[in-house]
Design a binder for this molecule. Structure first.
Ligand code: G3P
Ligand code: MG
Length: 248
């Protein structure tokens, strides 16, 4: 299945400018005219899908402990903005549903990364897709991504027609083509800072869309686009946007 990706995807919203994975971060991305955002979803102890990156609460909230051992009613009390800047004090951790409402209002596409806490690979995909199937209509503007093959397999079983993306860290594994074929992917996502032209071309040759992550440098972005990358996921969408405006 061929997907039409935007040139730029805001990573965790626009997390270079606002606390990651929050409504404020997504609003910041929209203010920069970003068309899609990438966000992470995982489950609370009581299986509520929330938009959150880490397995633990310490780095980005005033709480502590494991997300997988914390009830949603306690997650809801946490503050997730001050760690980033005092101006974001009071910002909350959104649920998947709350976030999707905002995305629809802002007319943003979504690359949703299934980010399971260890051991919850299947159920995280199951719950997230179950919620999404009720609240997300535009499947031309939704990707289900993951590093977890189990999460992607679950997504394939539950919603075979939705676009799926495999996240690859570091070098391309030798068997990546078999994995991509088995998981019936549309997108392969690689580290934009370390990937080679050969890797990009080998993905494109298989007719998968290439999504390069972690790119904040405009020179590198220009090089990646010239090598055939379809989309760049970035913390700083405004910087990469300048690249596009000056390419041609
Ligand atoms: O686009 C996927 C990317 O976000 C994966 O890495 O750690 O930022 O979730 P991470
Ligand atoms: Mg992510």
């Amino acid at each position: 299945m061929t997907i039409k990706l935007p040139k730029i995807i805001g990573h965790r919203g626009a997390c270079g400018y606002a606390p990651e994975n929050t409504i404020e971060s997504v609003q910041t991305a929209a203010d920069m005219d970003v068309e899609w955002v990438e966000l992470d979803v995982k489950l609370t102890k009581d299986d509520i899908p929330i938009i959150f990156h880490d397995d633990t609460l310490e780095r980005t909230t005033n709480g502590s402990g494991l997300v997988a051992e914390t009830l949603y009613e306690d997650i809801q009390q946490l503050e997730a903005g001050s760690w980033y800047a005092d101006s974001f004090a009071g910002v909350k951790i959104p649920t998947l549903e709350e976030m999707c409402e905002v995305l629809v209002d802002l007319n943003l596409g979504l690359n949703l990364e299934i980010k399971p806490c260890p051991g919850r690979e299947k159920e995280t995909a199951e719950v997230a897709l179950d919620h999404l199937s009720r609240i997300w209509d535009d499947h031309e503007r939704l990707i289900i991504s993951s590093f977890s093959h189990v999460s992607l397999e679950t997504a394939q079983d539950m919603a075979g027609g939705w676009y799926r993306g495999l996240l690859i860290e570091g070098e391309m594994p030798e068997n990546w083509k078999d994995m991509a074929d088995y998981l019936d992917l549309s997108i392969v996502s690689i580290d934009g800072n370390t990937c080679t032209r050969e890797a990009i071309e080998s993905i494109s040759d298989m007719e998968y869309a290439v999504l390069a992550r972690k790119v904040s440098d405009s020179q590198r972005a220009r090089q990646l686009y010239s090598w055939g990358v379809d989309a760049i996921s970035t913390d700083v969408p405004d910087v990469i946007k300048e690249t596009i405006l000056t390419v041609h």
